[in-house]
Design a protein around this ligand. Sequence first.
Ligand code: C2E
Ligand code: MG
Ligand code: MG
Length: 587
Amino acid sequence: MKSEMGIPLRVLMVEDSEDDAALIVHNLKRGGYDPIVNRVETAAEMETALVQKQWDIVLCDYCMPQFSTVHALDVVHRSQLDLPFIIVSATIGEEVAVAIMKAGAHDYVMKGNLARLSAAIERELREAEIRQERRRVEEKMKQMAFYDPLTGLPNRNLFHDRLDQAILGGQREKTTVALLLIDIDRFKDVNDTLGHQQGDIVLQQVGRRIQALLRKSDTIAHLGGDEYGVLLPETGVEGAISTSNKILAALEKPIVLNDLPLCIEVSIGIALFPEHGGDTETLLRRVDMAMYVAKQGGNRHTVYVSELDRHSAFRLTLISELRRAIENDDLFLVYQPKVDMKKGCTIGVEALVRWQHGDRGLILPESFITLAERTGLIKSLTLWVLKASIQQCRQWQLNNLPLDIAVNLSARNLHDPELSEKIADLLSTSGLPAEKLQLEITESAIMVDLGRAMENLNRLREIGIRLSIDDFGTGHSSLSYLKKLPVNELKIDMSFIKDMDEDDDDAVIVKSTIDLGHNLGLSVVAEGVEKESTWNRLLKMGCDSAQGYYMSHPIEQTELTRWLQKTSWGLSMPSQSLPQIKSRDVA
Ligand code: C2E
Ligand code: MG
Ligand code: MG
């Protein structure tokens, strides 16, 4: 057979006998191969050969005095090459053969039966190819594990890896590394209102815009959700800030979705190696903190400073303490009377939550409602408030106190599909008629996702619960939707009420809101009535009811019963029937 017709085969032959080698080559040629053979006799020779050239197969004699087969196998394994390894032996017994195959050899062929060799080689080459293909697929999968399919950007894994590398580089070269964490503000609202598909487009666009302004040596990653990480090697604080400003500028232009421009804003946290942390974990924690503070403070970017640590530690403690407070009933309710202006009597109360903290004392809702909203604790918090309010109101009812109760809901509650069911359960367990319960919802909470809000509001209305729009006038929402909302009441925000005596504009707004409410068939409440003059003016304007310090601050249950007995704004019933109720507690 002519050699140029054979299949090229690069053979690394471990063989101490030249004659045997020639015999093997002869056999290969007969089997249809065109072998290029390099014969080695020692480990050192073999190692050199493996590094210097590429091989298709190793053929290894079993009986060599100075270099054992096991040793040769080990040399191949250490080279990390996946080469088919066939033992070609004169003497090997079955048991030894099996042992060596277990050690990693692929096959063995007796020198007396070399006709088998070609077939063995063919099979091993095929199997090697399959192994290689599988490795390619694994490699591809690994690759996919490092990139985010939505944006095509590096994902969190790769980002952390690059950060590790950048820190090592920084340590070696004594250079700084800047880390930015970018988070889209109110992205949840985008997703909730426009749908996930549009949300995805926003995520892609933001990634693309940021990527476009970075250098090749920088890394941008999509870390998941609405978060991006940017890694700037050899960059200090000035560079980090100027890049942040560039990112903010690039995101100023609205993103167009379905021909509609959408303005998005981001908050950026900045942390630097080595100034703010010497390792990946610390840096990531600190950049997260900086981002959180940027978001809280409404700053567009914030560089980490050590004071932020305390801030964040405080926040974390507060979250877990609040969780415990909800579980342990360390919350309590205060009630602010709501007075019917024309009749001059109290018709209901608004329940407002308070937190009696073991060490920090009394905490007002403004210090923990937002936190609860951010962390999802708001669900259990609201449930606690609802339960306590409903029980209390039922208690009043049993004691012949005709008081309605109003409970505040957050946006998150309004988007909880189980809300109406949970409330219906609470009502039926307590035996309180649904009409006694009112829910206060802010305009902005409704507008976050009008569709879903409407569903929930309609369901609540069907149960018979009354609904009120809280803080009305602050939500910049259009009036057209107001007609469609299944609500019973408008509460004019106290910012308009407070100054209406001095500020004519405010007075005009209040008057027209009252008229608007009445035109829509709604009852109108003024909140934050602090003075007699305000009361009188509202009365003249036709406002239906009022709440405020002028009548009463929010007070605990026992104080409320006392107040109801002595005030001129008492209940529209003979006051001698007022019972004495001791405990403030309702649970
Ligand atoms: P809001 O629902 O608008 O409640 C009225 C707030 O104004 C209460 O503050 C009340 O104490 C205060 N206020 C009442 N009359 C006057 C007045 O004449 N002058 C002034 N300056 N203020 C007055 P509070 O209790 O601190 O609650 C603040 C906000 O926290 C509430 O605003 C409500 O949005 C939220 N909140 C309170 N309790 C809950 C709750 O159980 N769940 C939820 N989701 N939010 C709650
Ligand atoms: Mg309210
Ligand atoms: Mg309000």
